[in-house]
Design a protein around this ligand. Structure first.
Ligand code: FAD
Length: 458
């Protein structure tokens, strides 16, 4: 391995959530020769973090933590500090509180588990009236059939995701990072290897340029295993999100709201300030797209999930979303959506992030496996990646985030991994009957979306 100096060439593949954070941390640490290759202008339309908001929860380790809990809680502690104190991030965090709720007894028990150790901070919600009181009168008009849960008005909330990602990008740019973006100059087709194949020496882009580097960092999110053999540690999994436009009066009422989260139905966060659109998701274990095409990790004919972009959602997802809205906010449940898309992240087997130097390969750090929870950690994740690159990562974190293919041997691609909602199972996009943008339109599954530029982009 080349020993790195502040003048070493460092190449980041993927300028999304984690890539922008990594660029920022490298620049802040004084690295002078950092290049990011990103397939789209930033913020990339396919980045999981290119979204109006994401849930953020604060936390800190305790003495009774298991090793696994410690890793999460330590990352929470570090990220919370950035969201509250760092000028790049702090204006984007809104600690408006959160409601965790459920319907069935077993999921309720699961939700109750979130409150363990901090019971005194949570108010129990046992009736529709209890739920309605968590927000200004008129926001929650639903009957909340069978819902129960817990609410706290501090220590959690939401972040303006796109804003935070762009803020990290702009600061990194200001500090001298070179961003090369676009489908020709920025999209990586392959990583480059030494003749002996044991060292990654950079990456090649669609325009044929070879970008050689002393150190490559792979931050391509759910698309990571199109470029490198992760030995089945990543399962690209998609979820579904949509927006509903609100009137000026509604948007004024829907302000400073706690996040409403129900793992059996969905969640929503208050409308964004610019467009007055309310974003929400239906909850389910996720969609996969099983194909048999060859990639670095899979021989032709071997089944694995592969991401694609689409600015529509399955019709069944719209049905679930409207059911969720009907139960919580029926006054907007039948309104046309103004936006809908599928959004991919990569699930590791244990849903812990994967930030490490892969065994047997020099010159590469991989950073992937957000597992549906990687945005709130965005400010700190770049720090962890650079720490790993410099071999100074805290030992317990390094162990938790390690390269761990042994977990993925014979991996069950259908595993729901502690998720709920939908039909309680992983769904395959091939089985979807139709697609919609939530405006009363519908196309059969075989037809491509109209937004072909976006859909064919990966
Ligand atoms: P991305 O942000 O997707 O970045 C990958 C980047 O790589 C993209 O910009 C892409 O354009 C680029 N790229 C891909 N291939 C190439 C290539 N060949 N060449 C060059 N560039 C390439 N987390 C939370 O903490 N809270 C939440 O509330 C939350 N909600 C979520 C809701 C949904 C619907 C989804 C899908 C995820 C959610 N997450 C949440 C998870 C979080 O968004 C992700 O874990 C995180 O954004 C992953 O970051 P990433 O950098 O790995 O991937």
């Amino acid at each position: 391995m080349v020993s790195l100096t502040k003048n070493s060439s460092i190449l980041i593949v993927g300028g999304g959530t984690w890539g922008c954070s990594t660029a920022l941390h490298l620049a802040r640490r004084g690295y002078k020769n950092v290049t990011v290759l990103e397939a789209h202008p930033i913020p990339s339309p396919i980045s999981a973090g290119n979204d109006v908001n994401k849930i953020m929860e604060e936390g800190e380790p305790s003495e009774t933590d298991t090793e696994e809990q410690y890793v999460w809680n330590r990352m929470h502690q570090l990220t919370t500090k950035y969201w509250k104190e760092d000028h790049v991030f702090k204006s984007f965090y809104h600690p408006t509180g959160i409601i965790f709720s459920a319907i069935s007894d077993d999921v309720y028990e699961h939700v109750k588990g979130y409150t363990k150790g901090t019971e005194s901070e949570w108010a129990a919600l046992n009736s529709p009236e209890d739920f309605k009181k968590t927000m200004p009168q008129g926001v929650l008009q639903g009957d909340f059939p069978g819902w129960k849960g817990f609410w706290k008005d501090h220590g959690a909330g939401w972040v303006f995701a796109r804003g935070a990602m762009v803020s990290a990008y702009e600061e990194a740019l200001k500090l001298g990072v070179n961003f090369i973006t676009g489908e020709s100059a920025g999209k990586v087709t392959t990583l480059l290897y030494s003749d002996s194949k044991d060292t990654i020496t950079g990456a090649q882009t669609v325009d044929g340029t070879s970008h050689y580097a002393d150190q490559t960092i792979l931050c391509a999110g759910a698309n990571g295993d199109l470029l490198f053999d992760f030995e089945q540690q990543l399962r690209p999994t998609a979820w579904t999100l949509a927006h509903i436009p609100l009137s000026i009066e509604e948007a004024a009422l829907f302000k400073n709201l706690p996040v409403l989260y129900n793992p059996e139905r969905g969640f929503f966060v208050e409308p964004d300030a610019e467009k007055r659109e309310l974003k929400f998701c239906d909850e389910h274990p996720g969609y996969i797209n099983m194909v048999k095409t060859a990639t670095p990790g899979y021989r032709e004919g071997t089944t694995h999930s592969q991401p694609f972009a689409r600015h529509q959602i399955p019709v069944e997802s719209e049905t679930r979303m409207r059911k969720f809205l009907q139960e919580a906010m029926p006054q907007i449940a039948n309104r046309d959506f103004s936006f809908a898309r599928i959004c991919w992240d990569a699930d590791t087997v244990d849903r812990q992030f994967l930030i490490d130097r892969p065994k047997g390969k020099s010159g590469l750090v991989v950073a992937a496996g957000g597992s549906g929870m990687g945005f709130m950690m965005m400010p700190v994740v770049g720090q962890l990646i650079v720490d790993r690159m410099e071999d100074v990562l805290e030992e317990r974190l390094q162990k938790g985030l390690r390269w761990r293919p042994e977990q993925a041997i014979g991996r069950d691609w259908q595993a729901i991994q502690d998720r709920h909602g939908g039909e309680g199972k992983i769904m395959d996009f091939h089985d979807v009957k139709g697609w919609t943008s939530g405006k009363g339109d519908q196309v059969p599954n075989a037809e491509p979306a109209k937004d072909t530029k976006m859909c064919n982009s990966m």
